[in-house]
Design a protein around this ligand. Structure first.
Ligand SMILES: C[S@@+](CC[C@H](N)C(=O)[O-])C[C@H]1O[C@@H](n2cnc3c(N)ncnc32)[C@H](O)[C@@H]1O
Length: 198
């Protein structure tokens, strides 16, 4: 079945490039012990390939079949492997204490299921594991550097603080950054979050 993202990922080029998201890559590089990493809404695999090259055991999830195909080919050419599941995250079931790290990079979900999904991610994290999020804030509506135009799909620091009550928050900031990752290009309002499970 073709979806919105299948059409967007349909070209030869990688919509957000082949380099990992900077915030994700920076934090990942500080973690010495490589474990199990979950990347929900991973698209064409730029973050997954980067992490697999560092030695992480990577599972990506996305609803886009085209994104999966491109990600797996990309991984093959880079000499790494990953699990890549096709799943609409509205149907994600908790995987109790399975992952050392969960990173959601520009994964924007409707409020109808976002908070419950975030709770399931928390429950799927091992003790001492981390959740990292970079996402557009509600102020992004006034920028032209990408992201959904629907305020219901945009985030804020307060919203993420409320979504992850069980995590110890290590970083939670609203930042104005200059994005240079393919379609995400230009001045952007993002929220950057890192929470750790006690
Ligand atoms: C802006 S792209 C980000 C891709 C990737 N994280 C990156 O940074 O390159 C958003 C991704 O979220 C996925 N997505 C959106 N809603 C989804 C859902 N309900 N279930 C699974 N994937 C979803 C899309 O298919 C797309 O790959």
């Amino acid at each position: 079945m073709t979806n919105f993202w299948d059409s967007r990922f349909g070209g030869e080029d990688f919509l957000y490039g082949k380099e990992p998201n900077e915030f994700f890559a920076g934090f990942l590089s500080t973690i010495e012990t490589k474990g199990k990493l979950l990347l929900p809404a991973e698209g064409e695999g730029r973050n997954a390939v980067f992490a697999a090259k560092l030695g992480w055991d990577v599972t990506a999830i996305d609803s886009s079949v085209v994104g999966r195909e491109k990600a797996l080919k990309f991984a093959e050419t880079e000499g790494v492997s990953m699990n890549y599941e096709i799943l609409d995250l509205i149907n994600f079931e908790t995987r109790p204490e399975q992952y050392d790290f969960i990173a959601i990079i520009f994964g924007h979900f409707p409020s109808a299921f976002r908070q419950e999904l975030h709770h399931k991610f928390t429950k799927s994290l091992k003790k001492s594991g981390h959740i990292l999020i970079e996402a557009f804030t509600k102020e992004q509506i006034q920028n032209t550097s990408g992201g959904p135009q629907d305020p219901d799909m945009l985030y804020s620091t307060a919203l993420l603080e409320a979504d992850f009550p069980e995590l110890s928050i290590k970083k939670l900031t609203h930042e104005k950054v200059f994005l240079n990752e393919g379609r995400h290009h230009g001045l952007a309002d993002v929220v950057r979050f890192i929470g750790t499970k006690a």
